[in-house]
Design a protein around this ligand. Sequence first.
Ligand code: ADP
Length: 353
Amino acid sequence: MAIISSSLNESNSPRSNKALRIVSSEAIAEDKSPSISNVNRPQLLQEFIGQKALKDSLRIAIDASLYRKECLDHVLFYGQPGLGKTTLALLMANEMKTKCKITNASAIERPRDIVGLLLGLKENEILFIDEIHRLNKLTEEILYSAMEDYKLDLTVGANRGTRSRSISLPRFTLIGATTKVGSISSPLRDRFGISHKINLYSLEELKDIISSFASTLDIRLNKGACLIIANCSRGTPRIALRLLKRVRDYSQVVEKNNNISPEIVQKVMKYQNIDYSGLDETDRKFINVLHINRRPMGLDSIAAALNEDASMLELVVEPYLLQLGFISRTPRGRVLNPLGEEYINKSKKLNED
Ligand code: ADP
């Protein structure tokens, strides 16, 4: 039974057969390397940078559970990849002084997979299911009574010998994470007592995250260099960490030191084809299609024009362009905003100079 898998299943990823984008927020093999990902994960709620409202409400929930000596209510986190959902689950287990078992919904194929996971839990432990919207119907149904009554209602035997059995489970907390909250069925969604959206990070928050990554990676980063990396990180800590690692590679191999200046960062961004706004080739092609067409376009038409996967564009490319105010989603389709036009004109001018 495949149980432990901490991140997106690459075979299900919309970009699995495309070239990797350094500014994609989806986890790649390097992000999952234990030496890097765990070193950089904050261990306590107070070390987790940004998301103040979310942290305040989790703090109260955790302290209340510790005070009552009860397990935490079930929690649902939703938001784009790389914003800290897994980190929060691990950190909550740490705060609750318990263990967290991590799995991905795509690894839970048969009813016995989820039954095995639930039976393996001890009192107060946390089960983290990433990409929970991918659970199949049978697994979801087993989870309903497990989440609500801490019971496993099973049907055993076949044909005439069929019997129902109910097995008591220890009290546990399910933390679900999803990038597509709309795809979770409402009976499952309703069983989470706490539900939180994780937002993209502000520039200031990203600068703090990058500085903290830099000190764990033993890199000396000046303020200007930190600002450029933050600007190019699309509001996402995972991208910030990945860019920082590329800058470190360049600095160590070419400059032969760990001191990172804005000039080094600019060289690396240029080499990676990322511009001053953090946009890469795919983003630029996306807004150029809207610019050339001069009318609202549906996501499928844009995907066809770019030869890309529509769900990848929706999940990975669009949120950042929306956040920058370059595009809008309207009932008639995606439109390019004046800020997007301004960006295209500025880029043309820069290319001419
Ligand atoms: P998700 O589960 O949402 O895809 P992760 O929890 O795996 O994202 O986070 C990706 C990386 O970003 C991890 O290395 C994590 O430590 C780091 N990270 C995410 N959010 C924060 C934060 N608020 N402060 C510091 N580091 C963060």
